[in-house]
Design a protein around this ligand. Structure first.
Ligand code: BG6
Length: 487
């Protein structure tokens, strides 16, 4: 369904996010016919550049990030015609704001969105410039992306700076994990079926695992990453959002505030991790040289070119939610760079059967598991015990009811940004984070960061290409459980 006419201004237009994600996503929406003919994409950044040069750069970006089969010359051409460029110096009295205003005035009645694809240190200045130059209309929205701060205090400062210019309802905080198809499917699965919800609680669920494993290292982002680490980069946002979607109460409607109210309650119910339970509940690691995807790879410190960094590239946490539904059900989470493979999944393990009617020849009865695989190969699998076929007696086997998205739906799976940018244009904030959510997440993360800092224990080493430090395995095995490894 086509969206209403809009102008989208991308600050940071010549940056990695714009070239790698935003322009390819907009291209796909254009290709699908979702973007009305008059809609414009206006690149903005400090460096002077002609419209032509920015179109060329966009074409190159599409060539690298959109499969050749999806780049029909006519479609690329008509997409590039939407694109223009304005050089803007972010400081409020800087050059370029008048040009941007003149460009936007040509479409004064359209939806207007500003995407701040820049570092958070520029959020405040750009918002101020937008406000001071009268660029905000009734239909204006602003999109920002993490990192929203590096702790609670700095997150508040960022939110305050944006809030001085925009109302909360105009602010769209992207967490691209919420735009992933399987993540949205988690909502469909939980609340579109009668089957799961009655079992979705401590009486029937033994534990939950959330794994976001990457096989790549820090690549060209070592500078940023070293100031962040895995806890800030992945857990504070993506993984806590996934945890919220698994754990929240059913909202009364699938709408922005109903959803966000419920997620907020989960964040506020997380058991605080402090100096006292830090060792029991967290493991941090840093990769050393090893092998990944068949080749030798350097360690984190070599990639960074320093020897003294204690930034974690891996973290495992046992989280607990202190409410009636989840009392006593651990949520084990882990994420890291340079792990054995790239896989993101949520595993819900149900309790064992209370009593077996079978004798030992039936074999081991495995607990039922619901596995939601986010990437790669999106799938939902429910493992069940069934009888092994044949006359050999009552032998049971663990077999998945398997729904692979690629097989079930023979369509291209859209990138998260495609869905999320169009949601902004539609004014649908359901898959975006509200200020209080971001701050509640930091409220839980801050004491972990503080405790790590105070104890000054360096991260545990792990070899690139493995599943992280052995302490992460011990974290779950202590409780008589194991990490799910269906790879
Ligand atoms: C980003 C992190 O938010 O998510 C990166 O900053 C990480 O470090 C990326 O690699 C992972 O996203 P995806 O969609 O590839 O799983």
């Amino acid at each position: 369904i086509a969206v209403d006419p809009f102008d989208l201004v991308v600050f940071g237009a010549t940056g990695d996010l714009a070239y790698r994600k935003l322009l390819p996503a907009l291209y796909q929406r254009h290709r699908d016919g979702q973007i009305p003919p008059v809609a414009r994409i206006i690149g903005a950044s400090r460096r002077p550049m002609s419209d032509e040069a920015y179109r060329d750069a966009t074409e190159k970006a599409l060539a690298s990030h959109v499969p050749a089969a999806e780049r029909e010359p006519e479609t690329v051409k008509s997409f590039l015609e939407r694109i223009s460029y304005v050089a803007v110096d972010a400081s409020a009295d800087g050059a370029g704001w008048a040009d941007l205003k003149a460009t936007l005035d040509e479409g004064a009645d359209r939806i207007r969105a500003f995407y701040l694809a820049v570092g958070p240190d520029l959020f405040g200045a750009i918002c101020e410039g937008i406000g001071a130059h009268g660029l905000i209309t009734e239909k204006t929205r602003v999109i920002i992306e993490k990192p929203i701060g590096k702790d609670l205090a700095s997150a508040r400062a960022v939110n305050d700076a944006i809030g001085r210019v925009f109302d909360e309802r105009q602010i769209y905080r992207i967490d691209h994990y919420l735009g992933k198809e399987t993540v949205q499917n988690l909502m469909a699965l939980r609340f579109g079926n009668a089957l799961f919800e009655p079992l979705w609680n401590a009486a029937h669920i033994d534990h939950v695992q959330i794994t976001v494993a990457e096989s790549l290292g820090v690549e060209s982002r070592a500078g940023y990453y070293d100031t962040a680490g895995a806890l800030r980069d992945m857990v504070q946002n993506h993984i806590l959002q996934l945890l919220c979607l698994v754990a929240m109460e059913p909202p009364s409607h699938f709408d922005a505030d109903a959803m966000r109210d419920e997620k907020l309650k989960v964040l506020r119910a997380l058991l605080p991790i402090t100096d006292d339970n830090l060792d029991q509940f967290t493991v941090r690691g840093q990769y050393r040289a090893g092998a990944s995807q068949g080749g030798a790879v350097p360690g984190y410190l070599e990639e960074l070119g320093r020897t003294d960094s204690t930034t974690e590239t891996f973290v495992a946490i046992k989280a607990e939610i202190e409410n009636w539904r989840w009392a006593g059900v651990p949520f084990y989470i882990r994420t890291g760079k340079r792990l054995a493979t790239r896989v993101s999944e949520i595993v819900v393990s149900f309790k064992p059967i209370p009593h077996s009617i079978f004798d030992s020849s039936a074999g081991h009865l495995t607990q039922n598991q619901l596995v939601m695989r986010l990437q790669p190969d999106e799938a939902v699998r429910l493992s069940l015990m069934i009888k092994d076929p044949g006359p050999g007696g009552m032998r049971l086997r663990n077999v998945p009811l398997d729904m692979s998205f690629a097989q079930a739906f023979k369509v291209r799976s859209p990138d998260a940004y495609e869905r999320l940018i169009m949601d902004v244009i539609r004014g649908n904030a359901t898959l975006f984070m509200r200020r209080d959510e971001v701050e509640a997440a930091w409220t839980w993360i801050d004491p972990i960061l503080g405790a790590w800092e105070r104890t000054a224990v360096p991260p545990k080493a792990y070899t690139a290409g493995t599943w992280g430090p052995s302490a992460a395995i011990a974290l779950i095995e202590r409780d008589g459980r194991t990490w799910h490894e269906e790879v």
